[in-house]
Every structure is written in C-alpha cells, then in structure tokens.
Design a protein around this ligand. Structure first.
Ligand SMILES: [Zn+2]
Length: 309
C-alpha cells in the first residue's frame, strides 16, 4: 500500500513539476552562495574602511541592539554604519529587518551587515551557506552593491519561489513550470558575471525537460535510466539530473522548506491567517495520506496539530 501511494505521488505530473522547480532553485542557490560570500566580504570592507581606522583595532563591542524592524543606535560607529547600510538599501523607506543582525558585531563580522538585507527570520544565519534561494535573491534585490541592471529579472524569480511555497497542495501546472524555466534562464543571463553560473543553465534545462516517471518500484527504473529503490524506499534517478539525490530525499528537503515557512509565519504574526490555516490542514492531510513521509515528519504532524489549536 505504501508503495502504491508512493508510486501515485511520484507520478503525479503537477507534484513532480513542483519538485523540479524546487530543485532548480536549489541548483541556483548552490551556485550563488560562493559569489554572495565574496561579494559581501568586499562590501563589508568598503563600508567599514573608515570606521576601523577611527575606532582602532582594540575597540570594544558596543551595547547597541536591534529588535524586529527597529534599530536606534547608541554609539557613533553604529550610527555611521546604519547610515551607510541604508544608503545601499534599495528598500530604505520600506520594511527592514534590523532584528536579523547584531549591530555590535558590524565592525568585525561581514555577515552581520549582510543580514540587514535579508528577509525576516534570519537571526541565526551564520553565512551564505545557510541561505536558500529566496534569501540569496532577496539579498541581491535589496543591496545595491550587486548593481544588477535589470532587477525585475531577480524579482520575477522571487515571485515564482513565493508561488511555489504558497502552493499548499504542492502542485504547479506544466505551463507555470515552463514560464518559470524561462525566467530562470533570463536571471542567469542577467547574472552572467557570476562564476560558473552559466554552466548551470544546461543542468536546469535538463531537469525541466526530464520525465522523472517512476514506472514500477520493483523494476528499479525511472526515465529508463535504472532507478533503484534503496531498501524499498529511496528512488534514484540514474541519468544524473538529480546529481545523486534520490527523489525521496528531494521531496523531504522541499517539504521541510514549506514547513519552515509555515512555522515562521506563526512565529512572526502570532496567529495564522485563514489562508495559512488552510495550508496547515492540507499539509496535515498530505503527510497523513503518505505513510512513507509520515515516518519522517511525525513530529511536524504534531506541531501542525498544535498550530490549529
Ligand atoms: Zn553601537
């Protein structure tokens, strides 16, 4: 029975479309992380160049702290850095999540400066390696250091990523996927200066055009390339479009992202909107109906239950 529901799920076209799009964003994210790391270090050096000289290397950490969308600096270094950070912020009159960072670490830690340009919920972020595609694209969108000539190409992909995360039944149509593929390619062209990113263009095309059909788990075949269920559970695609990841591992990663999004929503707003409640109910049903996933997400199922009470 478990195998039948697994087969049905993995062969649902719209569900696979959802997974393919999520996987393409992961490819993008893995190529952008190194770039973000070196660019934000450069940006930090640029911002702190004068500050370090004025404060000297022995300067003690200040007591300034930020909370939520507020930050009122109490020392001259934070005042100056806040001013510079805002100067480079593309949304300086809108919402800025100062609470993501610890300003007392601005002079010495580049990532604490970068975190001001990230969306909410990144207080514990230690570096770009912990950032998903959404965080990275929002950083590029918010910080003018990146100097992207057509920023709408970045925003279009952010919008698609939000569509994916708010698709509570985890399904997208083939026409949505095809338009998403087009937007990804346009973004890659826009970010043509990022080392090795262009190479990913072919990999993304390969993922989007693969069938990923699972015919029979006992036949060990996906896309005709010898998929092997591992212990009757893990389904691998042998043609390397998934780069060694099994389909099951991928869906677990993506469902986790969706759950994190739901938890963050609750944490930020204290309560769930009607739309979010609907998403929680659909997620609960999905996990309950798919026994193989239920064993992985048992704790989450209980957490979701609490969210509704
Ligand atoms: Zn300070």
């Amino acid at each position: 029975m478990a195998q039948t529901s697994l087969l049905l799920r993995l062969n649902c076209r719209e569900y696979k479309n959802w997974m393919k799009a999520g996987y393409c964003l992961q490819i993008l994210q893995s190529r952008l992380q190194g770039f973000i790391d070196s660019e934000m270090k450069t940006f930090h050096r640029h911002l702190t160049a004068n500050i370090s000289r004025a404060g000297g290397p022995q300067r003690q950490r200040c007591q300034c702290r930020a909370k939520g969308k507020q930050f009122h600096p109490n020392c001259p270094v934070c005042m100056k850095l806040k001013e510079l950070i805002l100067l480079h912020h593309n949304n300086r009159n809108g919402e800025i999540h100062w609470g993501n960072c610890d300003p007392s670490l601005w002079p010495t830690q580049y990532w604490e400066v970068a975190k001001v340009y990230l969306p909410r919920g990144h207080t514990n972020s230690k570096g770009p390696q912990q950032c998903d595609a959404a965080a990275i694209l929002n950083l590029i969108n918010s910080c003018d250091h990146f100097n992207v000539s057509n920023i709408s190409k970045v925003r279009e992909v952010i919008k698609c990523r939000n569509d994916l995360m708010h698709s509570s039944d985890m399904k997208v149509s083939s026409s949505w996927l095809s338009s998403f593929g087009q937007k990804l390619q346009e973004l890659i062209s826009e970010l043509g200066h990022v080392p090795n990113l262009k190479k990913e263009s072919d990999q993304i095309k390969k993922v989007l055009s693969s069938d990923w059909s699972v015919k029979d788990l006992s036949l060990h075949e996906v896309d005709g390339f010898g998929a092997e269920p591992d212990g009757g559970e893990n389904v691998y695609i042998g043609n390397s479009s998934l780069d060694g990841l099994s389909l099951n591992e991928l869906e677990i990663q993506l469902v986790n992202q969706l759950l994190e999004e739901i938890y963050l929503e609750k944490e930020e707003n204290g309560a769930l909107s009607e739309e979010d409640q609907d998403a929680v109910i659909k997620m609960k049903t999905f996990l309950t109906e798919n026994k193989d996933l239920l064993s992985v997400f048992q704790e989450d199922l209980e957490k979701l239950e609490h969210l509704l009470n």
